[in-house]
Design a protein around this ligand. Sequence first.
Ligand SMILES: Cc1ncc(COP(=O)(O)O)c(C=O)c1O
Length: 346
Amino acid sequence: MRDEYALTRFHGDSEVAPGLVDLAVNVRHGSMPGWLAEPLAASLTELASYPDPGPARAAVAARHGRHPDEVLLTAGAAEAFTLLARVLRPRRAVVVHPQFTEPEAALRTAGHEVSRVLLAPYDFGLDPGLVPPEADLVVLGNPTNPTSVLHPAEAVARLAQAGRVLIVDEAFADTVAGEPASLSRRGDLPGLVVVRSLTKTWGLAGLRIGYVLAGAPLVAELARAQPLWPVSTPALVAARACASAEAVAAEEAIAVSLAADRAHLVAALERLPGLTVAGPPRSSFVLVHLAGADAVRLELRRRGYALRRGDTFPGLGPDWLRIAVRDQSTMDNLVAELAGVLGPSL
Ligand SMILES: Cc1ncc(COP(=O)(O)O)c(C=O)c1O
């Protein structure tokens, strides 16, 4: 029997292969700053001791204006979704799509039924009225992967209500300068759980580090569901370093230059006939609609470029592609290839 949910376990890293330009995974490429590389390297001398999350927890709490009891360090945002799915007991779980599919996959794996709310192309804007009032668990991403859409903080905050857990996946919040839509500091909103990742902007996907910001009682429950010592010493050292004022300023500078590279890509894409850019895009990737996008993706792959297929995301389909924003010359080369695929006369 066909498992209609199997594709929710597909992720961009499966698109990447040696020799291909990776435009499928939304992890920033680039050199690691000294303030991160040095403590990380030094942490390798401490591996004989079990990890102590205390300093990282305090640093992350200070970065977001929260109490350390409201912070849980996790092995990436991915671990957070699994813990939440294991600990929460929703009667009516709703996931707002299109979005990263792992939260839904984790909920289903833990035995929960999940209903979907689908936002509409091409702006994929959030209408809080689409979420059923009786939903006692709501999951959405902001900015959202794969649409790159940033929902206003007020619209997301309106989804929080007594008797409901609202999980906001902010894995890409740091890709937007100033984080205008982040709810990470909103300890006052009932049931709010913010999930953050440090693997994207800082190129730490292999290290596995992220965190949850939530009310202290839920954080304590999630911690009880974790295995012993779930986050390694190097990952904790990275979390502490990435919470510093220097890191936050660097993040902002990266977001500003990312916005310029993204605008360059979007302008070039919009010159191609038949192609629509969803959004406006606000994160480190761009979602495009193009009739026959799946065949175009395969041809680009043959020409050396790995792009992320769109058909595994609920609410999208084979006419969608996601492109990671890289430097402008890589983007120019991609668009030239894409123009060649779409028609030699372009
Ligand atoms: C929207 C979103 N949230 C969370 C994650 C998981 O991030 P992490 O590497 O921190 O587990 C991803 C990874 O692709 C993602 O796209």
